[in-house]
Design a protein around this ligand. Sequence first.
Ligand SMILES: [Zn+2]
Length: 89
Amino acid sequence: MMFHGKITTRDHLLKWGMCVDSHCAFCPGIESQNHLFFQSGYSGQIWRLLLQKFNAYRVYFIWEEMNARLFWESYVSLDVVYHRIVACA
Ligand SMILES: [Zn+2]
């Protein structure tokens, strides 16, 4: 993980015994570092906008596939990812 546990998120506060709402500020998900930066739909939209801004939006589909495999245990074939990328060309 890019921050190596250095970002204090609500899941950490709960583990430390603090009485806080566990929900993400952006969606109904449980706030953790992974959620905040990769799983939340809000962060997904931010990543998408940033990648478009820097003309690297095609990378988004690879990033999206990585997240699907890591967090949702689902995947599509290489051909599907490739066709998604080509469709944006
Ligand atoms: Zn969220």
